[in-house]
Design a protein around this ligand. Structure first.
Ligand code: SF4
Length: 323
């Protein structure tokens, strides 16, 4: 399968202004030179602590946030160079699911109206066809057609996320950016929603960018996983490769916190010192050096470049320089 999404050197900087004249004094580098590709039909997981830039990256791909720099190629088209009306048309094919579906569902509209809205916005089909599509999508996500007359507050968290998924599917998209779609749900409901997303991926040939702060959630659903730290990708590899052979000290620390199913397997928890530094004032060199258990002198001065360690396993760390 070919690449559906290609992201080259994506940056999103927010100016911090101050002083009497309100001039830009510094910049928050929320996303700083991020590149990756997503093949048709696969799921790329993006993982990292809150504030690492993963959600900003996800929204920038859809141009819900305007990127500062970089190239977004989707289905062979250059999204980054599109005018706003072209972007709006293209959003039929690129949809987003949010962490808190309740906040994104209009509480005064019933579910039928909420689901019909994207069809109306894109001038699609007659009222009867729209109603038919609503009915079909409710069934597809495991709800019932009669739910169309209910209101968001009448549903549980898991059901609301199913509605969020149904709405994203209304226009038959190719790509879905799922921004922490199960983080607000109980663990038992999480796996139901993840299973549903996997089933829908097969049924509709969907491609996902799946954003989460938890490596165990992403493992379930991803083909490849990128680990982000302070706006950059620290490591990116196929799922099995990343989980069995993590190279970056940050990935190792995150993985050491994931519970293992095998009780005989001893796992030492790596506790990271300190908090995530502010992206407005990131550390010099390798931005992870203030918390890295394997920090060396060079790390404080020189930013490590991404290196391909074979099998498309990319890592940005001076420990692997000699390779
Ligand atoms: Fe740690 Fe240095 Fe590698 Fe950064 S470059 S992760 S500080 S060893």
């Amino acid at each position: 399968m070919g690449d559906l999404l290609v992201i080259n050197n994506l940056k999103k900087y927010y100016p911090i202004s101050g002083g009497v004249l309100g001039r830009t004094q510094a910049q928050v580098k929320a996303v700083d030179d991020v590149s990756f590709t997503v093949k048709q039909g696969e799921t790329l997981g993006l993982v990292g602590e809150s504030g690492c830039g993963k959600s900003t990256a996800g929204r920038s791909i859809l141009r819900l946030i305007e990127p500062t720099e970089g190239e977004i190629l989707f289905d062979g088209k250059n999204v980054s160079a599109m005018k706003q009306d072209e972007v709006r048309r293209m959003r039929r094919d690129m949809q987003i699911i949010f962490q808190d579906p309740f906040a994104s569902l209009n509480p005064r509209h019933n579910i039928g109206k909420i689901l019909e809205e994207p069809l109306i916005v894109h001038g699609i089909s007659s009222s009867a066809e729209r109603k038919e599509r609503v009915k079909r999508m409710l069934e597809v996500v495991g709800l019932s057609p009669y739910h169309a007359t209910r209101y968001p507050h009448q549903f549980s968290g898991g059901q609301r996320q199913r509605i969020g998924i149904a709405r994203a599917l209304m226009l038959n998209p190719k790509l879905i950016v799922a921004d922490e779609p199960v983080s607000a749900l109980d663990v038992s409901v999480q796996s139901q929603v993840l299973n549903l997303m996997q089933d829908l991926q097969k049924e509709f040939g969907l491609t996902y960018v799946f954003i989460a702060h938890d490596l165990s959630v992403v493992r379930h659903i991803s083909n490849r996983v990128g680990v982000m730290y302070l706006g950059r990708i620290a490591e990116l590899a196929d799922k099995d490769e990343l989980y069995t052979n993590p190279l970056h000290p940050y990935t190792k620390a995150l993985l050491s916190a994931v519970p293992v199913a095998d009780p005989d397997k001893k796992q030492e928890r790596i506790i990271l010192q300190g908090d995530l530094p502010s992206p407005a004032n990131p550390p010099s060199g390798c931005t992870f050096h203030t918390r890295c258990p394997q920090v060396m002198d060079i790390c404080k001065q020189v930013r490590p470049e991404n290196r391909n360690m074979g099998n498309n396993h990319l890592v940005a760390c001076h420990l692997y320089e000699e390779f």
